[in-house]
Design a protein around this ligand. Structure first.
Ligand code: F6P
Length: 492
């Protein structure tokens, strides 16, 4: 890349999936950061802006974590540490001080990526935390890899921050990292924010290692969740599994004193507004011309079974079937961003989605009208904002979701004079704040079809009134207030 400063890369000893928590921290192959940062953020995945393993544009991930933390870290001169997304026979360590925010990363051995990321994270924890018991796969070797990966992260982190610096760990990939860092003598505050839901204690108990997971989560000084419901599930699990009692927002137990809270994540609404009202990108313009004579319904998601994509498409099919007056009058654009494609459940979900798209277009399509335009690719956030602004309805109907920032971005992107309607699942964390969306149950195809019909017919006064209240909510808890309130709670 022209002008890019070559990152430093230092080889450290190979770590295998068989490594355990008793393995000694990696020797000091990695120098302490020369400049102490005010904040270290740790997440499994790094932002893509200067990522060492930048994927091609069509496959660029659009994680909520990336869009929420990027501006916050940039403003705070923090360092963001994570897995590079690469795997190889050796574990490498690199740092890019010149990027904004500064990045540091490790590569993980391929068998660790297979068992930790594709395995335990995406086939055990992901379905468990999203309450999809039928998709859970529990394997001892993948649990061992998860423990080893958390230890590998803690090894690297303990070598790049002063031992009294605050560390903010993100998400379900690193639930054991706080305890691992403490074992390495870290004295500074360590916080965990869980971006995904937390399940009820009885479902959590199906995980053979749930007691260890809960007790290690309690080693963080602060554990944050997206919604009060997730928080309540965790507090109940801490009481049941670890014998904790609660005083105010603090869980207290044997050697445990963990503060807990709900910190709903947000966006930067001004950025979305600016992107949405900029001159329309050529590709988005071309797409919009093909749907110009119809009402436009837009869905944008990672291709994940939790997002309820086939379910929402079935509702579109039901609408076209039951209400023929909509045929030729409504177009659905479904952007499905490639995600976790090596995991079998994701490959299967892709087949399901493509099957339903083919069926609807085959059944109802005409030479002049394609009911569903399906795009299996990623777009820049700025281009998506233009698509949201042009939409009459935003279909955000996950079966379960920690928050769902697309819902908030959709609201921020609208023209307040003539806004589109947000049709939002009751089972997205965003529904707690966005009560003025049209709330729907994505498990009920007939109900979702009826709600889509209502959204398409909603008059301008109601759309404007709902949107004004939604925008207020999106502006009230935005990315900056989210990060500030979490860090204040961590440091306070
Ligand atoms: O929302 C949960 C999350 O894991 C984010 O942390 C991440 O950015 C997104 O899903 C995409 O997941 P992955 O990193 O597995 O591609």
């Amino acid at each position: 890349m022209a002008g890019r400063i070559r990152p430093r890369r230092i080889v450290v000893p190979e770590v295998t999936a068989a490594a355990t928590e008793t393995s000694a921290p990696a020797a000091s192959f990695v120098p302490k950061a020369r400049r102490l940062r005010r904040l270290l953020v740790v997440s499994n995945r790094l932002p893509d802006l200067r990522s060492p393993a930048l994927p091609d544009e069509r496959k660029r991930p659009v994680g909520g974590l990336v869009s929420a933390l990027q501006p916050v870290l940039a403003a705070r001169d923090g360092l963001w540490f994570g897995w590079s997304g690469r795997s190889g026979p050796t574990r490498l360590f690199g740092m890019d001080d010149a990027s904004h925010p500064a990045l540091a990363w490790i590569d993980l051995p391929s068998e660790l990526v297979r068992d930790y990321y594709n395995g335990f994270c995406n086939r055990a924890l992901w379905p468990l935390l999203h309450s999809f018991p039928s998709r859970m796969h529990f394997r001892d070797d993948e649990w061992t890899a998860y423990v080893a990966a958390n230890e590998a992260f803690a090894d690297a982190v303990s070598q790049i921050v002063a031992d009294d610096a605050p560390v903010w760990v993100h998400d379900f990939h690193l639930l054991l990292a706080g305890a691992a860092l403490r074992r390495r003598g870290h004295r500074g505050r360590i916080g965990l924010f869980l971006h995904v839901p937390f399940p009820s204690p009885d479902l959590l108990a199906t995980l053979p290692w749930h007691a260890r997971v809960v007790s290690d989560m309690l080693r963080f000084d602060l554990v944050g969740f997206q919604t009060p419901g997730d928080l309540d599930h965790f507090r109940r699990a801490a009481r049941a599994v670890a014998g904790c009692h609660q005083r105010g927002d603090v869980l207290i137990g044997d050697g445990v004193r963990a503060r807990t809270g709900a910190f709903p994540i947000g966006i930067i609404p001004e950025d979305i507004r600016e992107d949405a009202s900029a001159q329309t990108n050529e590709e988005i313009g071309a797409l919009l011309r093909t749907t110009a004579s119809t009402q436009l319904v837009v869905g944008v998601d990672r291709l994940d079974y939790t997002k309820g994509i086939p379910e929402r498409l079935c509702a579109v099919e039901r609408l076209l079937d039951r209400s023929p007056e909509w045929r030729g009058k409504v177009s659905v654009v479904q952007v499905s961003v490639p995600s976790r494609a090596e995991v079998p459940e994701y490959a299967e979900e892709r087949r399901r989605v493509e099957h339903v798209v083919g069926r609807i277009n085959g059944e109802f399509g005409e030479a002049h009208w394609t009911p569903v335009r399906y795009l299996y690719r990623s777009y820049r956030r700025s281009h998506l904002a233009q698509l949201y602004r042009a939409a009459d309805v935003g279909l955000v109907t996950p079966l379960r979701d920690g928050m769902n920032l697309v819902a908030k971005e959709f609201v921020a992107a609208q023209d307040p004079r003539c806004p589109g309607v947000l049709l939002l699942s009751r089972f997205a964390g965003a529904a707690v704040e966005l009560r003025d969306a049209l709330l729907t149950n994505p498990f009920h195809v007939d109900g979702l079809a009826a709600d889509l019909d209502r959204a398409l017919r909603m008059d301008e006064d109601e759309r404007r009134a709902r949107h004004a209240r939604l925008l207020e909510a999106v502006e009230r808890t935005n990315a900056a207030t989210w990060a500030d309130s979490f860090l204040r709670a961590l440091e306070g």
